[in-house]
Unconditional design. Sequence first.
Length: 121
Amino acid sequence: MEPNTYSARRRTSLRRLLDGLDGHWPAELAAVDARGAAGADLGAQAPSTAGRLRNRLHLSHDTASGWVRTAQALTDGAVSRAHGAVVAAGTHDPRPHRDRRGAGAGGDGSAAGPTPAAPGH
């Protein structure tokens, strides 16, 4: 098998695995929060799940709290999985993807896709 073909297939397989794990994340997070088990990995109880996420993953207050609230809403049925997927897609880093050379999608350092128009134009 050609190295590029192998690499492309491997990336696709890894993305599927990551997507599958991303699907389990809200349920696990909500379960830990509901049990008050944040910090159990250290043998202690953290004051809050969001606080534990902030400290362990170096997240902002808003990001950690948002993850916990979203996980609770998804597992409580307040938000459908389809709606959650749309919301999650909107929370990705808005900066353009860069490859290892610092180049954008076109390979010339430009951002991926067209530049959005300024508001009101």
